[in-house]
Design a protein around this ligand. Structure first.
Ligand SMILES: CC(=O)[C@@H](O)[C@H](O)COP(=O)(O)O
Ligand SMILES: NCC(=O)COP(=O)(O)O
Length: 237
């Protein structure tokens, strides 16, 4: 089974545009769960332009499904993981001024740092995931950090899906087969949507979880949140 974790960053972006509490990030997260999502993802950034650190604490107190916190593991991020103790932490190497995540880790280059973080988060009882591209040696290095999972950065797949979907997915299939062979569980995310998700899942049957935010929230404007989540879940069957 592949779990759907809804990234609620974009709900926070909308809320922050007016300074009040509309839409209510917690209520939307609870509704995502009610409509069948098996997890909630947030990606706090240092400037708190969407999810705020206070949101992270509030969400943890109320949500019942798997809570996945993604982000660049700076001191503040590490502290919030220690405080909140989510089900999963996903380490992402995004620069503070990045518009959105735009690459996976070079694990070999940051090996000692990542290994130290994996050990630290494991000591807190938190499952770890490292955001990576499809390079096989890099995935092997991720395994050597002791991480439980990797999250495959799917933007290149999404960007090339309409040109040649078989070619677009091929490196991901190879990466997933390699990860499974060396004992890593596999998450995936970034720019997955109702067009490209079913084929990705069909080609990577061992996928454990996808985290989806931008397209899903945009679809909900037209379809409503309940129907949108239903459709995403159907793609993962
Ligand atoms: C790691 C990843 O791909 C997502 O967390 C993505 O960064 C979502 O963040 P935004 O909603 O800010 O684009
Ligand atoms: N890890 C990916 C994520 O949480 C959402 O990415 P996107 O669907 O907003 O591109």
């Amino acid at each position: 089974m592949t779990k759907l974790s809804v990234n609620v960053n974009k709900i926070a972006t909308l809320r922050n545009a007016r300074g009040g509490n509309v839409p209510n990030v917690l209520q939307v997260a609870l509704d995502c769960e009610k409509f069948g999502a098996q997890g909630i993802t947030v990606h706090p950034r240092p400037d708190e332009r969407h999810i705020r650190y206070t949101d992270v604490i509030e969400l943890k107190q109320h949500i019942k499904t798997e809570f996945n916190i993604e982000g660049n593991p700076d001191d503040r991020f590490i502290k919030i993981i220690e405080e909140v103790n989510p089900a999963q932490v996903t380490m992402v190497p995004d620069a503070p001024d990045a518009l959105t995540s735009n690459a996976g880790w070079n694990v070999l280059k940051h090996f000692d740092h990542l290994k130290g973080l994996v050990d630290h988060f494991h000591n807190l009882g938190v499952r770890t995931s490292i955001f990576v591209g499809t390079d096989l040696d890099n995935i092997t290095a991720a395994k050597e950090t002791g991480t439980d999972r990797i999250e495959l950065y799917t933007e290149p797949y999404a960007a090339n899906y309409h040109n040649d979907k078989a070619k677009a997915v091929a490196p991901f299939v190879e990466a997933a087969q390699h990860a499974a062979k060396i004992g890593l569980d596999i998450n995936a995310g970034h720019d997955l949507n109702l067009d490209n998700l079913a084929y990705f899942k069909q080609c990577l049957p061992k996928l454990d979880e996808v985290s989806i935010g931008h397209a899903l929230i945009a679809d909900a404007l037209y379809l409503g949140l309940e129907e949108t989540i239903k459709r995403y879940l159907l793609q993962l069957k």
